[in-house]
Design a protein around this ligand. Structure first.
Ligand code: URP
Ligand code: ZN
Ligand code: ZN
Length: 468
């Protein structure tokens, strides 16, 4: 099936021009003015942006967490992603403490074989336990499975948190293999003490989630991870940065050309801690970690995104229903599953509040949502840009179309949308993955299973399509 996209405004991280794109055999084969080629389908993109598909490098799909499991399936989450202009996700495959990395990988593949994805997928490996000596050997070989980034949680004590010995050993291994180390940076030991204090005082409400995870716990852990990675000589990527205390050490590191990088997520740009106070336990919807912060941190985050102190906007999509899942913590905030809904609206939100409000340029939006994650996570230049030979992962985005974000039009299975009722200008209208239209006018038009597992290249290496 060949596709000709006519007359759109092609925007990449560096370019902005009007041209036609011809797609054959899943890839972009021609870009030019007034292309005269016969195609099975012609899409009129005049007046629209033609963007490289967004990449979400931070999701938790069908993820068993605490006493429950995230409520989207691989099919629903990736349909939502595609409807919102995302064409690849890199999800966290998480080692069950005491079990092998191979068991985690098998279980993640099995879930995806059952509820098939509609967009492309890669995995990071989250290491939670190195007690068995063979785990390190497994890690050394995990690049054969296309996994070139390792994640460690410095929080969630008693569940998936690692100690500094584990963190440091993994960093050394990453240096050896050319992998990226990703950290959830919060001081889990201090937080554990603060949570127990709050419980002893019968502080049960959602707002105590924020007061027991102060910004300093994130700042301290970010700095600790940076310093350890300096000793190990590894590349560090700090996930879901939420506050100035974490931005500052990353800025310092980058000013000194250290190999330190960071992302933030829409929930930290658009919600503050007051959301946790919503009445009737509704605040539990905003229990994610790190927690929503005081409002002033939002300006620091936008500034960091603009100055490339933070280089990616991911979603940390970790959806739980309010009813039956968030409500597990009605009597104790610490029992509320941590995670928020977000995979579907990232591109719309960043376009509306970032680009149309003048906070970032259109090129920077593409860099933060697509090219940046593709480069960090071994997908570039096969993904993350529009160029000849790249996968035809393309979003046709109508910058003038009005859109009201709502659970009613969403493809996520969660019973709520954190952004419910927000009115934005600009929305994806057609999403193609490897040359196939997957979502059109917010409707899924492909059979689940179109999405493929992608084996990713090492950090700094190029991922090329087969036969190139
Ligand atoms: O609250 C969150 N972020 N849940 C998902 C796990 C994590 O920490 O990223
Ligand atoms: Zn995290
Ligand atoms: Zn996460």
């Amino acid at each position: 099936m060949s596709v000709l996209i006519k007359g759109g405004r092609i925007v990449t991280a560096s370019d902005d021009y009007v041209a036609d794109i011809f797609i054959e055999k899943e890839r972009i084969s021609l870009i030019g003015s007034n292309l005269k080629v016969a195609a099975d389908r012609v899409i009129d993109a005049r007046g629209k942006y033609v963007l490289p598909g967004a990449i979400d490098p931070h999701t938790h799909i069908e993820f068993p967490f605490g006493a429950t499991t995230t409520c989207d399936t691989w099919t629903s989450a990736t349909t939502a992603a595609a409807a919102g202009g995302t064409t690849t996700v890199v999800d966290f495959c998480v080692q069950t403490p005491g079990k092998s990395l191979g068991a985690a990988l098998d279980s993640w593949h099995k879930k995806m074989d059952k509820n098939k994805p509609v967009i492309d997928v890669g995995f990071h490996m989250a290491i939670t336990d190195l007690k068995k000596p063979e785990t390190m050997k497994e890690l050394a070989a995990i690049d054969e499975a296309g996994i070139t980034s390792y994640k460690l949680f410095m929080a969630y004590k008693g569940a998936v948190m690692v100690d500094d010995t584990t963190l440091f050993k993994v960093m050394r291994q990453a240096k050896e293999k050319g992998a990226v180390v990703m950290v959830h940076a919060e001081n889990g030991d201090a937080i554990d003490v603060l949570v127990k204090d709050a419980q002893a005082k019968k502080h049960t409400l959602p707002k105590y989630h924020a007061s027991t995870r102060p910004v300093e716990t994130e700042g301290e852990a970010t700095n600790r991870a940076i310093q350890l990675s300096r000793i190990a000589g590894s590349t560090l990527y700090v996930v879901h940065v939420s506050c100035k205390q974490s931005i500052d050490p990353i800025a310092h590191a980058r000013e000194n050309d250290w190999d330190i990088h960071g992302e933030t997520c829409p929930q930290y740009l658009f919600f503050d801690e007051s959301y946790l106070d919503k009445p009737n336990f509704e605040g539990a919807k905003w229990i994610y970690t790190p927690p929503p912060r005081p409002k002033e941190h939002q300006d620091h985050l936008w500034h960091a995104l603009n100055k490339d102190v933070l280089s990616v906007i991911s979603t940390d999509h970790c959806p739980f229903n309010w009813k039956g899942q968030k409500t597990l913590g009605r009597k104790d905030f610490a029992m509320i599953p941590n995670g928020g809904v977000g995979i579907e609206d990232r591109v719309r939100l960043i376009h509306h509040y970032g680009v149309t409000k003048g906070r970032i340029s259109l090129n920077r939006m593409v860099e933060l949502l697509s090219t940046g994650p593709a480069k960090y996570f071994g997908l570039y230049p096969r993904k993350g840009t529009i160029s000849i030979g790249a996968d035809a992962d393309i979003v046709i985005f109508d910058p003038k179309k009005k859109w009201t974000i709502s659970k009613k039009t969403s493809h996520c299975l969660a019973d709520h949308n954190l952004y419910e009722g927000r009115k934005v200008t600009g929305t994806p209208v057609v999403t193609l993955v490897r040359g196939k239209v997957v979502v059109e006018d917010n409707k899924l038009v492909v059979t689940p299973g179109h999405g493929q597992y992608i084996k990713r290249a090492n950090y700094g290496s190029k991922l090329l399509a087969k036969g190139k």
